[in-house]
Design a protein around this ligand. Structure first.
Ligand SMILES: NC(=O)C1=CN([C@@H]2O[C@H](COP(=O)(O)OP(=O)(O)OC[C@H]3O[C@@H](n4cnc5c(N)ncnc54)[C@H](OP(=O)(O)O)[C@@H]3O)[C@@H](O)[C@H]2O)C=CC1
Ligand SMILES: O=C(CO)COP(=O)(O)O
Length: 330
């Protein structure tokens, strides 16, 4: 290897592979770790990851591995596995790497068991590791093809956020930096729940007006939740709040939206995921529980959670939402 900086990526799913690609375009060597030895073999031999990003040729500066020792001496590690696995993954890194290294948490969700945000989970498992979170409107398929987008990278250590943003930005992947970790995490986690609701409305044939109204009222819920949990409105008006809501609540390209759309068309909860990761399903109940703990009114999140728990049908959920007492908008 030359003297290019080395970035580690843990998780070679759709987003991990896309971020590895971006990082090479930004001028880094990337060590891409996955527990799947057959995926490593395919990436090393054919330069493809057919299961998660079919049709994409990987950059030669991506070095696939399933050996954790290859992550020693990287400058930062992007952790790109599902939200509910972050505790186990960070623990595994803490136990196996020689020294602590900045971790960039890329999952969008809240841990169900603990009600902790991703950086709280990571801090509990590896207190010495500097932390950052990355979130914003970014479909892996778009990003890996070099289509432009912008996202936010936040760390309580703003100098670290700025350094990482510079190191990982490319001509098509523009990273803004922030120190508002809490808001960036809330935006990424909550939008998945509301995307399921928006998908369900479209699948049920309730129309674009209904979807726009639902999206706007969902954003009001997101803002209420965030302000009760220490988020800042200005950040939530940005890429990881408003930006990702607009993206994920608009198109069946989103797995969460597509899940809701299938539910709306009559699929069972089991059928609706299509075998794909749907983070909103895992986050809905913990989001609602956390809202209740602080008396935050979140009727849309509550009704979609009730649908996911089979306590309401979709038509009953629509009735509940439409027949709430009328009130001031703000
Ligand atoms: N896809 C996207 O466009 C975007 C996704 N995200 C977020 O990124 C996160 C990951 O999503 P995405 O990449 O799409 O998901 P995928 O389902 O495509 O990939 C998940 C990856 O995580 C690995 N993994 C799962 N569990 C574990 C574990 N316990 N230990 C180690 N590795 C594990 C999987 O490996 P295996 O095959 O072995 O299970 C796989 O490589 C989610 O939180 C998502 O919301 C954020 C922005 C965009
Ligand atoms: O977070 C994403 C886009 O920003 C990806 O959304 P889905 O997980 O719903 O596909």
């Amino acid at each position: 290897m030359t003297t290019r900086p080395r970035i580690g990526v843990v998780g070679a799913g759709a987003w991990g592979t896309a971020l590895a690609t971006v990082a090479t375009q930004a001028g880094n060597h990337v060590v891409l770790w996955t527990r799947e030895t057959d995926v490593v073999a395919e990436m090393a031999t054919h330069g493809t990851n057919a299961r998660y990003l079919p049709g994409v040729k990987l950059d030669k500066n991506i070095h696939p591995t399933s050996d954790l020792a290859d992550l020693d001496n990287v400058e930062a590690i992007l952790i790109v596995t599902p939200a509910q696995t972050i505790r186990a993954v960070v623990r595994m890194l803490a136990e196996n790497l020689k020294k602590s290294v900045p971790l960039v948490l890329c999952a969008k969700g809240i841990e169900r068991e603990s009600g902790q945000f991703m950086h709280e989970v990571a801090r509990g498992e590896w207190p010495e590791a500097p932390l950052a979170v990355l979130s914003g409107p970014s479909f892996a398929d778009d990003v890996v093809r070099g289509l432009p987008t912008a996202v936010t990278l936040a760390s309580e250590d703003e100098a670290l956020a700025q350094k990482l943003a510079l190191q990982l930005s490319s001509g098509s992947f523009r990273i803004y930096h922030s120190e508002d970790v809490r808001s960036v995490e809330i935006g990424g986690a909550a939008k998945n729940v509301f995307a399921i609701a928006c998908g369900a409305v479209m699948g049920r044939g309730l129309g674009e007006s209904a979807k726009a109204a639902l999206m706007a009222r969902s954003f009001a819920e997101l803002m209420r939740f965030a302000s009760a949990y220490g988020g800042r409105p200005q950040t939530l008006m940005g890429l990881s709040g408003f930006g990702d809501m607009v993206l994920t609540c608009s198109t069946a390209h989103s797995r969460n939206f597509a899940f809701g759309e299938r539910l709306g068309k009559g699929a069972s909860l089991e059928e609706a995921s299509g075998g794909k990761l749907t983070e909103g399903v895992f986050t809905a109940s913990v989001l609602v529980q956390m809202a209740q703990e602080k008396n935050i009114d979140m009727p849309i999140a509550q009704t979609i959670d009730a649908v996911l728990q089979s306590r309401l049908t979709l038509d009953e959920a629509v009735d509940v939402l439409m027949n709430r007492p009328l009130k001031r908008e703000v």
